[in-house]
Design a protein around this ligand. Structure first.
Ligand SMILES: CC(C)(COP(=O)(O)OP(=O)(O)OC[C@H]1O[C@@H](n2cnc3c(N)ncnc32)[C@H](O)[C@@H]1OP(=O)(O)O)[C@@H](O)C(=O)NCCC(=O)NCCS
Length: 164
């Protein structure tokens, strides 16, 4: 079966919520995505579709940062559809869209063992001041010298404050 990626549409919202509830242990991420949408903070929201079902989701939201930066997350794939490369497809496609739209960088908080394969690097995020600073906080520059100064404060969109 072919997996297709698309921008999320309003009609996908209930299926995205159901997917997030399945992929994460609590409703925190499902609520977070609804708050991002409510706040107009979904810069790039992507669904992975198989037949007519939403089987994966990734969202990128604008950050308050010294450069034009997006925060990636949550990313989720329906448990029975994991390990087929769908998470990777969503992340690579979203990063490509971010690059084409002129964003400078993408930050993510997560497992370096997973996100490093997409070019995310804790060293690129290490100079920035953030509540998430540490080995799991990574950045992917989308433009040559954008991270040169590597300092300043980076904050996720307001919806993330509920998670801090
Ligand atoms: C993380 C997630 C989106 C990956 O989706 P996926 O479609 O399975 O991803 P891919 O097929 O592209 O890659 C799978 C590989 O990622 C790696 N991987 C996945 N989660 C990982 C983690 N937490 N730490 C390290 N590596 C991880 C593994 O190497 C895995 O390889 P395997 O298939 O040989 O086991 C999916 O596992 C998921 O929805 N998890 C629950 C929600 C979550 O934790 N999201 C991430 C934080 S926002």
């Amino acid at each position: 079966m072919t997996v297709q990626l698309a921008r999320e549409a309003p009609g996908h919202a209930p299926a995205i919520r159901e997917l997030l509830l399945q992929a994460f242990p609590t409703a925190l991420e499902a609520d977070l995505v609804e708050r991002l949408r409510h706040d107009g903070d979904v810069a790039i929201g992507l669904v992975a579709m198989e037949e007519d079902a939403v089987i994966g989701y990734a969202v990128f939201s604008p950050m308050a940062a010294p450069m034009k930066a997006l925060g990636l997350g949550p990313v989720a794939v329906r448990p029975e559809c994991q390990h087929r490369g769908i998470g990777g497809m969503l992340i690579r496609n979203g990063v490509q869209r971010a690059r084409e739209a002129g964003w400078d960088a993408v930050f993510v908080l997560g497992a370096a063992a997973y996100y490093s394969r997409f070019g995310f690097d804790p060293a690129q995020a290490s100079g920035f001041d953030s509540p998430y600073a540490g080995p799991h906080f990574m950045a992917l520059p989308l433009k040559g010298d954008i991270m040169q100064s590597r300092s300043g404060r980076v904050d996720y969109a307001a919806a993330f404050r509920a998670l801090e």
